[in-house]
Design a protein around this ligand. Structure first.
Ligand code: HPA
Ligand code: ZN
Length: 335
């Protein structure tokens, strides 16, 4: 890959639309928080943690990811976690980030919803102050749990409603189709939340259809397997549905076997509004610029510029905010 192309993508103004904040927990911070909070973790060293990160499917990763999240106990832990990500994202010229968080991972351990929120909000304010990085929060329901549990979580979010832009759906996809969460997504819609869902990462095209038709999502997280269905692919293109694609995650979780097989070039060729994102960067071997770089051999400058443009177009910013970002992007491209 050419150095100049990766330099070009590294400095490209961009938005990140698919990152799980609990998935930005680096092993070093995991150990520091374990010590600060006197929590036992099943690893002896940072190296041992990194060697454990060999996955053959989504569930292998999720088991370790939920284990790691146990070190998060106090408001300052959530703030430190988010701030470390914001510093890292700003260094990758991310101008706007919409981050997922999994409240049930914390409330199930007795951590109050308020503690989680206060920690994140404090980091979000600091990110804007210190980096000019704007951020939004998306509350994800864990799909391996039942819909009643999701409803409980939605009720907990009510006092914080104006600080959360939308709801999402993550965790184990297979066997937990979007339709399982039809009622809670409808209730979230009534409350004014935007909607996104992971679909078509491991799950079949039918799950993508359910995310569109039943959950009425504004964005699709991953969406890779939609490509198996030509009608569905054409519909996604026609509806200008944003896909939040995560190349290094796809490789680590064996959704895609090699970089050469990654479907992103095909998605662009089919007219899909694809974006590039990091998913769980501490676990998958790279932040957003590493994800752009992973496809440098397969895409050119115009492709990457289109992807960065898509990232702002697919965001939950206002039209005026999107236009302002696109102007900055255009100025960068003219240079
Ligand atoms: N897929 C599904 N659920 C998740 C992921 C993912 O990549 N990361 C964190 N929760
Ligand atoms: Zn994800």
């Amino acid at each position: 890959m050419s150095a100049s192309l990766t330099d070009f993508t590294a400095a490209l103004p961009k938005a990140e639309l698919h990152v799980h904040i609990e998935g930005t927990l680096e092993p070093e911070l995991m150990f520091a928080l374990a010590k600060r909070n006197q929590i036992d973790i099943p690893f002896k060293s940072v190296d041992e943690v990194r060697t454990a990160y060999r996955f053959t499917q989504l569930q292998d990763f999720l088991d370790i990811y939920y284990e790691g999240a146990k070190v998060l106990q106090r408001e300052e832990d959530f703030r430190d976690l988010a701030m470390a990500y914001f510093d890292r994202a700003a260094a990758d010229t991310v101008r706007h980030a919409e981050i997922f968080f999994d409240p049930q991972t914390h409330t199930a351990r007795g951590i109050p919803f308020d503690v989680v929120m206060k920690g994140f909000l404090s980091a979000m304010e600091e990110a804007e102050r210190t980096h000019g990085l704007t951020t939004k929060l998306i509350l994800c329901f864990l799909r391996h749990l039942d819909e009643d549990d999701a409803f409980k979580t939605l009720r907990m979010s009510a006092p914080w409603q104006d600080r959360i832009v939308g709801v999402g759906l993550d965790s184990s996809e297979m066997g937990h189709p979007p339709r399982k969460f039809a009622k809670v997504f409808a209730a979230a819609t009534e409350m004014g939340f935007k909607r996104v869902a992971h679909a078509g990462e491991e799950g079949p095209p039918e799950y993508v259809r359910e995310a569109l038709d039943i959950l009425k999502v504004h964005r699709l997280d991953h969406g890779n397997r939609a490509l198996e269905d030509a009608d569905l692919t054409a519909r996604l293109a026609r509806e200008a549905m944003t896909l939040t694609v995560c190349p290094l995650s796809n490789l680590k979780l064996c959704v895609v076997q090699t970089r050469e097989d990654h479907p992103l070039p095909l998605m662009l060729a089919q007219g899909l509004r694809a974006t590039i994102n990091s998913d769980d960067p501490a676990y998958f071997g790279g932040y957003i610029n590493d994800n752009y770089a992973a496809l440098a051999g397969r895409l050119d400058r115009d492709d990457f510029a289109a992807i960065a443009r898509n990232s702002f177009l697919g965001s939950f910013l206002t039209d005026a905010e999107v236009s302002a970002h696109l102007k900055v992007l255009d100025a960068y491209l003219e240079r």
